[in-house]
Structures are given as C-alpha cells and as structure tokens.
Design a protein around this ligand. Sequence first.
Ligand code: HQG
Length: 179
Amino acid sequence: MSELKSKLLSRWLRHRPDAIGLTLDKQGWADIDELLAKATAAGSPMTKEELLSIVADNDKQRFSVSDDGLRIRAAQGHSVAVDLKLPIRIPPPVLYHGTVSGFLPQIRKYGLLPGRRHDVHLSATWTTAVAVAARRGTPVVLVVETQAMVRDGFSFRCSDNGVWLTANVPSNYLRFPDL
Ligand code: HQG
C-alpha cells in the first residue's frame, strides 16, 4: 500500500501536480497540508503519518521535507518546470551512468541527453548505476569522465539523495564497455 502511495507522491511532486489540483512553488515545494487535503479530495486519501513514513522509509530518499516541516518536494527526477536551486558542486573524477544496449547507438551519436527529465542522472557508484539500468534490462554501465567535463566548463549539481545531475554528456566524455 505504501509502495503505491509512494509512487503517487512521486507522480504528483515530479510530473503531475495538476492531477490533484496541486501547485508547486518555483523550487518544487508543495504545502504538506494542502497536498494531503487535495489527495483526499481527489480520491487518494493519505494521512500525515503515512506521508512522513513514506518520506522516512523511501528506499532512495526520493523526498525532502523542509526544515520547518511544512513543505515537501521530490529530491530529483522532475519533468515539471522547477528550479531546485541546488548549488553547483565539483563531482568525483568519474561518475557512472546505467543504461541498456538498445540505447547505445543513439548515445554514441548524441551523448547522454536528459529526455523528458531536466538533467542527465549520474550515479556515484558502479553498483547504483547497475541498479538504475536494471529497471530497463541487462545493465550496461558507462563511465563518465567528469574531471574532463569540469575542466571543459560543464557544471554539476547533486540532489539531496545523492544523484548527480548535469545538462548533457557529449559522447567524447563517455567510456563505453567492450560489448
Ligand atoms: C537513456 C530513477 C537514447 C538513458 C533512477 C536512460 C535514476 C538515451 C533513458 C533516475 C540517450 C532515460 C533516472 C540518448 C540517455 N539516446 N537514450 N541520447 N541519453 N538515454 O528514467 O538515468 O526511481 O529518464 O541511458 O534510479 O534511467 O525515478 O533516466 O536509460 O536515479 O527515483 O534514456 O530515475 O530514479 O531514462 O534514471 P530516465 P535514468 P527514480
């Protein structure tokens, strides 16, 4: 049950706040009481206790609650127009991107593109990249030469839950496995 509710929260806070008549502020925050009232009115009732336990138990810490406890937002993964105002940070010298072999011809040609999300999502560890890729099929992990990208002026941000974000990764910064 809370799995389903967690998916609904992701949907409302990343992609479809309008599905329950919710408005996010420019930085992606929703008022918690308003969200609960609108979810209930839209036929998907959720209590504050349920919401807070979804936030606390979420396997990937997908949600952040504001310091005053009044607001909630998704840590990353939005398709709606928000600016999380995450600070620019220097990433580790390499990061990883998990994908599947069917996408490789396009990635070799165009590099990593954000698609419908705001940014390309990169993982700090090989293991995490494998898990991201496994959602789609047999994992293929690309190594991203972030040190060279920083040198060349690309900027990176890191979400509250440790996902590294950048606008795009041209293929010359990618190391492809020998398949
Ligand atoms: C691929 C989950 C063709 C890319 C995960 C990926 C992550 C291209 C797919 C987060 C391409 C996009 C993000 C290009 C990239 N041509 N395909 N030029 N460039 N791709 O879901 O990185 O559960 O938008 O390799 O754990 O898979 O939502 O991105 O396979 O953190 O919290 O296009 O989503 O987190 O897929 O996953 P996605 P992603 P949550």
